[in-house]
Design a protein around this ligand. Sequence first.
Ligand code: FE2
Ligand code: FE2
Length: 133
Amino acid sequence: MLIEKKDVQQVANAMMNMLHEEEIDIVNNFHDAVLAKDIDKIDELFKVLQYDIEDHFTTEEDMMEESGFYAAQIHKAEHDTMRKKVKDIQEHWDLNKDPSAVQEFLEGEFKKWIVLHVARWDSETAMHLGDTM
Ligand SMILES: [Fe+2]
Ligand SMILES: [Fe+2]
């Protein structure tokens, strides 16, 4: 298991917590396929993960915009950086089909990023949103 639910802190907005739980499940399944070096499954789950990340980020960005969160742009910029990294690693995967590069990304950068991002940006955004959205 790459990420345990308790590694990612709860925030003050139920929708965001739901998005995070869903993403943890999806990324853990993907990580299992990567460890198993199952090329077809990695191909399939990579798309699922990218779709889920986009859904997670876009939902947060829409909520921030609707509620006029003062740091929406900075929070979105953090998403954009991760969108680009995931796209780069996915393009690298398509060319090389190298599970170890994906594994390194997930266990290093991605895991660290999600834990810190939720603790820093999502928790503050959730406090602003409250539990109304
Ligand atoms: Fe989030
Ligand atoms: Fe976020």
